[in-house]
Design a protein around this ligand. Structure first.
Ligand code: APR
Length: 280
């Protein structure tokens, strides 16, 4: 396909044809790739949206540049900005969105091969997507440990430290290194489970990318791993990455929650989706 193929913005024909592809049972091994944009309607800011994104609202932390708050070398020198923010980031009382429930619905229908998420809010888990179907590519707040000796740190003590905005230190007396939740900072390796599964998109028969700017590697390369004959659907407020460059790409450039409702309706699943969401 030549590069200047205009992206196929979703018109009723391509939505209908994608829904038919699914209803005809030709999409049984769906990979889903998500970012912070699927949680904004839950009240969690994303990172790069102008004005509302997290990176546009960190002036009070006097960082050399916004992403330093998640940079491991900066953290080692100055952990305070991260711990000043951690309280806001810590997964707490957020309700999954209907987009999270759409992923759960795909699993309930036996169609979800794997969900790759960059999010650390654990809302996919809260929505009922089983653990073995989720790759948390940028880690999560589920565990915490010393950044020097990896000595684990108790969850209750971490929650207390986050509440007090204090900086927890390693419990291993010879070490005294800084403790950090196991979210992947810039400069750190992604979890082994990501690398073990990074070629799984080759085995998929539909790829759905939602709520991400695809601006951070190696996650951003995942959609490329899909075979040329695998349709790729982007549901995102803006066009991102290479989505739109292939003949079978479909772009739904709008709000994720509205987009998943449209697709569910075209598949005849809207009532089921709303019921799934109402149970979260
Ligand atoms: N509906 C549709 N799209 C949305 C919505 C929404 N309600 N809200 C935001 N978006 C889009 C934005 O336009 C943007 O394209 O979602 C994307 C969010 O991009 P980012 O803020 O860059 O978030 P993400 O892609 O998850 O960031 C990747 O960067 O800082 C690191 O590790 C962090 O995992 C994060 C990674």
């Amino acid at each position: 396909v030549d590069d200047d193929t205009p992206p196929k913005t979703l018109d009723s024909r391509s939505l209908e044809s994608l829904a038919k592809y699914i209803k005809d049972g030709r999409a049984k091994r769906i990979v889903v790739m998500t970012g912070a944009g699927i949680s904004t309607s839950a009240g969690i800011p994303d990172f790069r949206s102008p004005d509302t994104g997290l990176y546009a609202n960190l002036q009070r932390l006097n960082l050399p540049y916004a992403e330093a708050v998640f940079d491991i070398d900066y953290f080692r020198k100055n952990p305070d900005p991260f711990y000043a923010l951690a309280q806001e980031l810590y997964p707490g009382s957020y309700r999954p969105t209907i987009t999270h429930s759409f992923i759960k619905l795909l699993h309930d229908k036996g169609l979800l091969l794997k969900l790759f998420t960059q999010n650390i809010d654990c809302l996919e888990r809260e929505a009922g997507v089983p653990d073995d179907k989720i790759i948390e590519a940028h880690g999560s707040f589920a565990k915490q440990s010393c950044i020097e000796c990896k000595y684990p740190y108790p969850k209750d003590q971490m929650q207390q430290a986050i509440k007090d905005k204090s900086v927890p230190r390693c419990l291993n007396s010879e070490c005294n290194g800084l403790v950090k939740p196991e979210i992947v900072f810039f400069g750190e390796q992604l979890p082994e489970s990501f690398f073990r599964n990074r070629f799984l998109p080759e085995d998929s028969d539909l790829c759905i990318v939602m709520g991400t700017s695809l601006s951070v590697q190696p996650f951003a390369s995942l959609p490329q791993a899909c075979g040329e004959s695998t349709p790729r659907l982007l549901i995102n407020s803006e066009q991102v990455g290479s989505l739109g460059s292939r003949a079978d790409d479909v772009l739904l450039l709008e709000d994720c929650d509205a987009g998943v409702r449209k697709l569910a309706e075209a598949c005849g699943w809207l009532e089921e989706l709303e019921n799934t969401w109402s149970e979260t």
